[in-house]
Design a protein around this ligand. Structure first.
Ligand SMILES: Cc1cc2nc3c(=O)[nH]c(=O)nc-3n(C[C@H](O)[C@H](O)[C@H](O)COP(=O)(O)OP(=O)(O)OC[C@H]3O[C@@H](n4cnc5c(N)ncnc54)[C@H](O)[C@@H]3O)c2cc1C
Length: 220
């Protein structure tokens, strides 16, 4: 990922309308990456592509929800994985298991202790194009705006792709450690107030963030 500003002066950066907004003062900035050794990926397309390459190389993909790892009599060597396939419990014989269930990992492997903060982000469709630079920005409150405190935002421009036929940028606020991990990513509850703060902060620095597409909550 490109973090902060890469190869650009602040006037060229990210949110169109930002540079021309006379109320904005950029107090300081630093670069922390260049296109030669950093990139952004769309996680969904990236994962789908990796899976397709694995199949091409002979992997067999079984889709289901893992419910348990079964061990042999010594309680150590793995025997199989139990999973649900459309509500039916099935067993997959295995000697080696790689667990990548993100924050849900402890549910099937309780020895793993993972925190699961809730992320907050909104997706915005700008009215004009934008530069391809990721910006980590600490943005102070607008003089006459509704917010009182600085907000740290990670702003990611994304060109139109397989998922969106238009350009978007998404912006994330601070993580939230106060909520319990829900059963699935889809059931993470959106914190409307925090998402509105992100929106207000973005609007305070850009004339061009015309349209908020949606807001999202997700576990990290
Ligand atoms: C808004 C936001 C912005 C982020 N930005 C960045 C960034 O810029 N750079 C960066 O490096 N990271 C970023 N992250 C963090 C990054 O997304 C995570 O670190 C990464 O997704 C973790 O990958 P993972 O495969 O370990 O887990 P996950 O992506 O959480 O994937 C786990 C998968 O396992 C599935 N699963 C869970 N339980 C089971 C089960 N029992 N059986 C089968 N499947 C199961 C889940 O449905 C999920 O699909 C961001 C996260 C958020 C929320």
């Amino acid at each position: 990922m490109i973090i902060k500003i890469t190869g650009a002066e602040p006037k060229d950066i990210v949110i169109t309308g930002m540079a021309s907004n006379p109320g904005i003062t950029v107090k300081s900035y630093e670069e922390s990456g260049s296109p030669s050794h950093s990139a952004q990926v769309n996680p969904f397309i990236f994962t789908k592509t990796l899976a397709a390459l694995a199949v091409e190389s002979g992997a067999n993909i079984v889709i289901g929800s893992a419910t348990a790892i079964n061990y042999g009599d010594d309680g150590k060597a793995i025997k199989s994985v139990q999973y649900l396939d459309s509500g039916t419990s099935k067993t997959l014989v295995a000697t080696d298991v790689l667990i990548s269930a993100g924050p849900w990992t402890p549910k099937i492997f309780p020895r793993a202790h993972l925190g699961a903060p809730r992320g907050r982000s909104i997706v915005v469709r700008p009215s004009k194009g934008f530069s391809p630079f990721v910006l980590d920005a600490n943005i102070g409150p607008a003089p006459h705006g509704p917010l009182k405190d600085d907000l740290f935002l990670e702003i990611f421009p994304r060109p139109g792709d397989e998922l969106n036929d238009f350009d978007i940028f998404s912006s994330c606020g601070l993580d939230d450690y106060d909520v319990r991990l829900p059963a699935t990513g889809d059931s993470v509850e959106v914190d409307e107030e925090s998402c509105n703060d992100i929106w207000e902060t973005l609007r305070s620095v850009s004339q061009d963030t015309r349209r908020r597409v949606n807001h999202k909550a997700s576990v990290l």
